[in-house]
Design a protein around this ligand. Structure first.
Ligand code: PLP
Length: 418
């Protein structure tokens, strides 16, 4: 039982350097966050040793009495947090949760209607070479090119024309809230099931700062590691007892073998934290931070550089930047921000004239910095740095100094030793 640094110094160095990277850079990838040390403890614990195929009280292995407690807590807390009657907390990731949802409510060859990947949807919503695109017949809706928002009349028109088995509402890159009641009305009109993938905005829902899809959808899937800020993993909710049974059997034995009990214990802790007033206050800073960034990137100096904020602002934890008329492309912008110690990702815009590895957009998110402690003042400073960085002839060294000062003022994992 020698320590990692002795057993495998190369991997120990990866851990050390990654900790240093996370401490040095400002993390603004919209899907990322920092888990609390309490979550790291469960994930690095002896629960990783345990096989527990099945569900609490109905396992195919002995010795599950302690892990049953962890899974029951995770289930009860997920149900309470989102007001759902049923929760499955076993999916290893958002993608496997989505595979299980489709396994439960559709058959290969059925038609699905979802937001297309290049307009903000997710791979698992029907991308051609993903399992979803290979097994199902996909019809995609997009966003209005003028407003960058989803046009519900268009969704309804496609639903009536194609009679999908499942309508998918949810996104990876979209800056506005969805009208879940309108999606449900369309689903009812054409006899479809409504599946909401709330992976990105689940933390905002938990805090009561975003509409809750659970009362409207037949089934809801999510990740735990984005706005919720828990361990990398997924879960599924529903209020429909029949769908609940199908989801349980789709996750196990349909999709997975043994659940990751160390991760499920960490999910329980993340859901507990997500029910606290401190979590709500943090999510408020997430939303204000995104609004501050959208505001700054809508100022005249930024507009003059050909840069626009898609949809004119944001209701959520991210801002989409349109660089189609700018000198700088998505790849250059991502690299330049990396140079000044800010991490973001480039992102295609609808009808992007540049190739997918370059793109004409950026996706900028605030959850990780809010977890780090950022409030209005810090988001105002970082928004100004980004606004100046994207303009021609940016003073990269001066901007990096400003970023480094922010990082130093909000130490991350100060007591953590890998
Ligand atoms: N669903 C949505 C909307 C997502 O944005 C993502 C992740 O990017 C996923 C599902 C998949 O999650 P994971 O990466 O855990 O498989």
């Amino acid at each position: 039982n020698a320590p990692l640094s002795e057993v495998d110094p190369e991997i120990a160095q990866v851990l050390d350097r990654e900790l240093a990277r996370q401490q040095t850079f400002l993390e603004m990838i919209a899907s990322e966050n920092f888990v609390p040390v309490s979550v790291l403890q469960s994930q690095g614990s002896v629960l990783t040793n345990k096989y527990a195929e099945g569900y609490p009280g109905r396992r195919y292995y002995g010795g599950c009495e302690e892990v049953d407690v962890a899974e029951e807590l995770a289930i009860a807390r997920a149900k309470e947090l989102f007001g759902a009657e049923f929760a499955n907390v076993q999916p290893h990731s958002g993608a496997t949760a989505n595979a299980a949802v489709l396994h439960a409510i559709a058959r290969p060859g059925d038609t699905l209607l979802g937001l297309s990947l290049d307009q903000g949807g997710h791979l698992t919503h029907g991308m051609k070479i993903n399992f979803s695109g290979r097994l199902y017949d996909i019809v995609a809706y997009g966003v209005n090119p003028e407003t960058s928002t989803i046009d519900m009349d268009e969704v309804r028109r496609l639903a009536i024309e194609h009679k999908p088995k499942v309508i998918i509402a949810g996104w990876s890159a979209y800056p506005r809230t969805l009208d879940f009641a309108a999606f449900r009305a369309i689903a009812d009109e054409v006899g479809a099931l409504l599946w909401v993938d709330m992976a990105h905005f689940a933390g905002l829902v938990a805090a009561g700062l975003h509409p809750n899809p659970v009362p409207h959808a037949h089934v809801v899937s999510s990740t735990v590691h984005k706005t919720i800020g828990g361990p990398r993993s997924g879960f599924i909710l529903t209020n429909d007892a029949e769908i609940a049974k199908k989801v349980n059997s789709a996750v196990f034995p349909g999709q997975q073998g043994g659940p990751l009990m160390h991760v499920i214990a960490a999910k329980a802790t993340a859901f507990k934290i997500a029910g606290t007033p401190e979590f709500k206050e943090r999510q408020e800073r997430v939303l204000r931070g995104a609004a501050i960034i959208a505001d700054r990137l809508s100022q005249q100096d930024v507009k003059d550089a050909g840069i626009a904020v898609r949809s004119g602002g944001t209701d959520v934890h991210l801002v989409l930047v349109d660089l189609r008329d700018a000198e700088i492309d998505g790849k250059q912008a991502e690299d330049l921000l990396h140079d000044i110690h800010i991490t973001v990702n480039r992102n295609a815009v609808p009808n992007d004239p540049r190739p997918p590895m370059v793109t004409s957009g950026l996706r900028i998110g605030t959850p990780a910095l809010a977890t780090r402690g950022f409030g209005d003042a810090e988001f105002t400073e970082v928004a100004d740095v980004i606004a100046l960085a994207l303009q021609p002839n940016a003073d990269v060294d001066a901007l990096r100094t400003r970023v480094d000062a922010l990082a130093a003022a909000f130490p991350l994992y100060p007591d953590l030793q890998q």
